[in-house]
Write a protein that binds this ligand. Structure first.
Ligand code: PPS
Length: 568
């Protein structure tokens, strides 16, 4: 049962006057602060993007969706859209009650009339929906580690859409897009779903797909949540805008979709089809490994390369959208043009650059040829992913008290400042304890808080293109790893273990602390009465017992050069 292309899709918003009244009355309701993913889901529920859903799934709908991709009334719906909450919040909510759904700033967006409250079987959800209960799948990891333990279901009363401050002109509700298509006289529209920047091959394949389907083209990138590690949507949208001029005018439009992807492969493809139908599209391009999550914990693909196409085709009538095959396009050097991979003239030279190779070239500041991408797209990507020698990074010294961390860190700072180019900040253990962590002691809990604070500051410095040098003891492996993850999201992390033996540190005893620790006058002293977990995979190990400070700092410089982070 599909909607006619141009008829409005039902929305869940109430009138302005009713919304004002609901807002005023909502003060007495229990409030749930929505997560980023829930805000994305709610927006598409309210604006009709998730039609026929009228709210977050009830338990019966959820069971049907998980088991056989169908709502309780039999209609096709492949992805659970559930409101997960904490056990603590759920304790205060019973079916029959209304709750206010608010954004991070506390603005009320909708009322949920709770009809169902249950504890889901997440193992079953992972197996059935994503095909494996494997934490390497981003949505399974989210399900087990981020989502709340209890689900609430029931109809939504929409008060107002979430506010977006970016690219407002490029965001359209399903009905806004339908009205646009109607105004333009577009009766056949092929949607291209994407979470990556478009290069020449994509431009060619989308243009061809539209021509073959005798349809206009909607570039419909996801800007809600995509796969962790993807290029941020701000950069991508600037890239899409740069490509838009490459299409014949009035054939193509760009609109941003605030969807939170689950990377659910075949089921996700069907879901994307239903969402595009709701946005007034008649066709959708489905490629190899559509919405694929990458490799599982055994290094194998989660889904077969054509599983998504097969599942989509099997349900195309019900989805109400025709599938257009994604033709892989390659560049043929002799002809200086793109061809579908199965139509390449025999004996010709085929050129291609994989995603991994593209990232390497960006990282190392190498050439990206014009046959591969558009100059404006490349310059946008270079602005966001500058060569490694221009990116921020963190050097993280760890080692016992008196091992020489601070001395080497100071020497390194001076050497890097002599080279110039990037601002350098030293977060020395003692300095941090004075300015950032003055209230903290040396229990495991306090040391972890201290190191995470250092990690946060270093990650901000790294994100903004600077060099952070940290020199705390940081005795715990798990905490060092957490800091590494925080920083590697923005730039390189170089762990340097200053492995001066404890005997030497104690012999030096510059601050007299080892003596006091031996006498029991200082408790929980690292190496004496508190643990130090030796790093197993530090990028560099130095020992100041037999080597000068200058030489140790120089070893770090050489490592940075080798990693392409600095140029001598
Ligand atoms: S931690 O574990 O990373 O949070 O420690 P950190 O912030 O680097 O602080 C270490 C400095 O504090 C002094 N100090 C102690 N160190 C270890 N254990 C105990 N109980 C302790 N009490 C005080 C010591 O001077 C450390 O300085 P450095 O520069 O490492 O010698």
């Amino acid at each position: 049962m599909s909607l006619p292309n141009h008829a409005p899709v039902p929305e869940l918003y109430v009138s302005y006057d009713s919304a004002q009244k609901l807002k005023a009355d909502a003060g007495s309701l229990p409030s749930w602060d929505l997560t980023q993913r829930q805000i994305c889901d709610l927006e598409l529920l309210m604006n009709g993007g998730f039609h026929p859903l009228k709210g977050f799934l009830t338990e019966a709908d959820y069971d049907g969706v998980v088991e056989n991709m169908r709502l309780a009334d039999g209609r096709l719906w492949p992805m659970p859209v559930t409101l997960d909450v904490s056990e603590k919040f759920a304790e205060g909510v019973e079916p029959g009650q209304d709750i206010a759904l608010r954004d991070a700033e506390g603005v009320i967006l909708a009322i949920l009339s709770v009809t169902d409250k249950w504890v889901p079987n997440k193992d079953r959800e992972a197996e059935k929906v994503f095909g494996a209960n494997d934490l390497a799948h981003p949505a399974v990891n989210y399900l087990h580690h981020t989502a709340g333990k209890v689900y609430l279901g029931g109809p939504i009363t929409g008060i107002q859409p979430p506010v977006h401050y970016d690219f407002k002109m490029r965001r359209d509700t399903p009905n806004e897009l339908r009205a646009f298509f109607r105004k333009m006289g577009w009766t056949r529209v092929v949607a291209f779903q994407t979470r990556n920047p478009l290069h020449r091959a994509h431009q060619e394949l989308t243009f061809r797909a539209a021509r073959e389907a005798q349809a206009n083209l909607l570039i419909h990138p996801v800007v809600g949540m995509t796969k962790p590690g993807d290029i941020d949507h701000f950069t991508r949208v600037r890239c899409y805008e740069a490509v838009l001029d490459q299409y014949p005018s009035s054939t193509t439009t760009l609109s941003l979709l605030n969807l939170a992807m689950r990377m659910g492969g075949p089921r996700e493809a069907v879901w994307h089809g239903l969402i595009r139908r709701n946005h007034g599209c008649t066709h959708m391009i489905v490629g190899r490994d559509h919405a694929g999550p990458g490799k599982n914990s055994e290094g194998k693909d989660f889904y077969g390369p054509y599983d998504a196409q097969e599942l989509f085709k099997a349900h195309a009538d019900e989805i109400g959208v025709e599938m257009v095959d994604f033709k892989q396009m390659v560049y043929v050097q002799e002809k200086a043009q793109y061809f579908p991979v199965d139509e390449v003239p025999e004996g010709s030279t085929v050129l291609d650059i994989s995603g991994t190779e593209l990232r390497r070239r960006l990282r190392e500041g190498l050439e990206i040829p014009e046959w591969f991408s558009f100059p404006d797209v490349v310059s946008e990507l270079r602005r966001t992913s500058p060569a490694r020698s221009k990116q921020g990074f963190t050097v993280f010294f760890t080692g016992l008290s008196g091992s020489g961390k601070s001395t080497i860190a100071n020497a390194l700072m001076v050497k890097l400042m002599e080279m110039g180019g990037r601002p350098v900040t030293l977060l020395d253990g003692d300095v941090v304890r004075k300015h950032l962590s003055s209230e903290l002691g040396f229990s495991k809990e306090h040391r972890d808080i201290n190191i995470k604070r250092i990690g946060y500051v270093a990650s901000e410095i790294t994100k903004n293109g600077g060099i952070a040098i940290c020199a705390p003891i940081a005795p715990y492996t798990a905490t060092r790893r957490a800091v590494r993850e925080m920083i590697e999201a923005f730039g390189a992390f170089i762990e340097v273990h200053v492995a001066t033996p404890i005997e030497e540190c104690e012999r030096r005893d510059r601050k007299g602390l080892y003596k006091l620790a031996r006498e029991g006058k200082i408790k929980e002293f690292t190496g004496i009465s508190d643990p130090y977990e030796v790093p197993a995979k530090a990028e560099l190990v130095v020992d100041t017992a037999n080597v000068s400070v200058d030489h140790c700092a120089h070893q770090v410089i050489l490592k940075l050069e080798q990693m392409g982070l600095i140029r001598a």
